[in-house]
Design a protein around this ligand. Structure first.
Ligand code: NAD
Length: 348
């Protein structure tokens, strides 16, 4: 069975998910909806992606010489599931205006409120909850990374008493030239907890987590400083073994491999030929992993532009009942070129 997928919102997330869908042999990208004709649209068409737009915008595309294959309604009528990657809040409007009346299955992104969907999704944490569902929200980049990290230990049978995470957020994505800060550290927000902790609890309700966040002048990645307290003792070696074998988590070693900054993680992704230099995995800094009795400390980098891409693919499979959790995760990882060496795709 090949699932027909459409994308609404062709920006940072939408264009990456579009490319990922095109690589899957059990999915077909029917097209993507863009609002405005620009260089991104031109590149999409040159790659063979069919673009759709709003009826009143067709003329603008024609004037810019960018081919349009039809209107948004035509696209939505010809697909099994829509992946909405529009800016925060627009997805909920589209749901009410378009997807609900058209009885279409829809995947939303982390900028939407949890209430937009039946399930807030992370493949490692709760794939099965999304099976057969009509509306699923793939949680944000920070929530995805924290959910994966926590799930790694839960899947391995560890009992977590509480998680405290301090988030240093990138100020903007690389292409967002109007956003900042450019010379500041912004309380993001000043209140505690930041929204990330409660958001993780929409995926893993049983976890006791509090987060704090600031935004800084970089566009590369977020950095998390995480403290996990377990019910029993944990050793550094045990923690490393858990993280080494959990899919979508990678260890970067500062002392032996000279990974001393997030810029080097991005450079690694570029060097190994990842599309756009994307890092789909949690980038855990191995040397930061420290255990003290029942507490674990570590730092991880989060590539905000790409970390949710694998989860969008798995969400399609879960909603359409295509396959089980581990088969989907393995297939997504292999096709997208995530590091699969030493990963265990038969965990609990
Ligand atoms: P973006 O601004 O890069 O892209 C959104 C695109 O949607 C733009 O091209 C915009 O023109 C288009 N758009 C706006 N309204 C539209 C409409 N009505 N119909 C069709 N297209 C429309 O945004 P993004 O960073 O890709 O974020 C998309 C979603 O993903 C948000 O919910 C965001 O919170 C979430 N998310 C973003 C990141 C990130 O770091 N960029 C990470 C994870 C999740």
């Amino acid at each position: 069975m090949v699932i027909k997928v459409g994308i609404v919102g062709y920006g940072t997330i939408g264009k990456r998910v579009a490319d990922a869908v095109r690589k899957m042999d059990d999915m077909e990208l029917v097209g993507a909806v863009k609002q405005n004709p620009d260089y991104e649209g031109e590149v999409a068409v040159s790659k063979g992606i069919r673009l759709y737009t709003y009826e009143d915008k067709v003329g603008k595309f024609e004037k810019a010489g960018i081919k349009v294959s039809g209107t948004i309604n035509e696209l939505l009528r010809s697909i099994d599931v829509v992946i909405d990657a529009t800016p925060d809040g627009v997805g909920a409007e589209n749901k009410a205006k378009l997807y609900e009346p058209m009885k279409l299955k829809a995947i939303f992104q982390g900028g939407e409120e949890a209430e937009v969907a039946e399930v807030s999704f992370n493949a490692l944490a709760n794939y099965d909850m999304a099976v057969g569902k009509r509306f699923v929200r793939v949680v944000s980049c920070n929530t995805t990374a924290l959910s994966r990290l926590i799930s790694a230990f839960l899947i391995h049978g560890y009992r977590i008493r509480r998680v405290r995470a301090y988030i240093v957020r990138r100020g903007a994505d690389p292409r967002e030239f109007k956003k900042g800060p450019i010379n500041d550290v912004v309380f993001n927000p000043a209140t505690v907890p930041s929204h990330h902790g409660p958001d993780v609890m929409t995926v893993i309700p049983s976890v006791n987590i509090i987060t704090m966040a600031v935004a800084v002048p970089t566009t590369m990645m977020h950095l998390h400083m995480v403290n996990v307290e377990f019910d029993g003792q944990i050793s550094r070696g045990e923690a490393i073994k858990v993280l080494e074998e959990t899919p979508r988590i990678l260890l970067f070693n500062a002392s032996s491999k000279k990974f001393e900054s997030l810029a080097q993680v991005i450079e690694w992704a570029r060097d190994i030929g990842r599309p756009r230099g994307d890092v789909f995995e949690n980038a855990v800094i191995e040397d930061s992993i420290t255990a003290s009795q029942n507490e674990l400390f570590l730092m991880q980098g989060v590539h905000q532009e790409s970390i949710v891409v694998p989860e969008n693919i798995d969400a399609v499979r879960a909603m359409m009942g295509l396959t089980d959790k581990w088969s989907s995760i393995r297939k997504t990882d292999e096709v997208l070129g995530l590091i699969t060496t030493n990963k265990n795709y038969a965990l609990a």
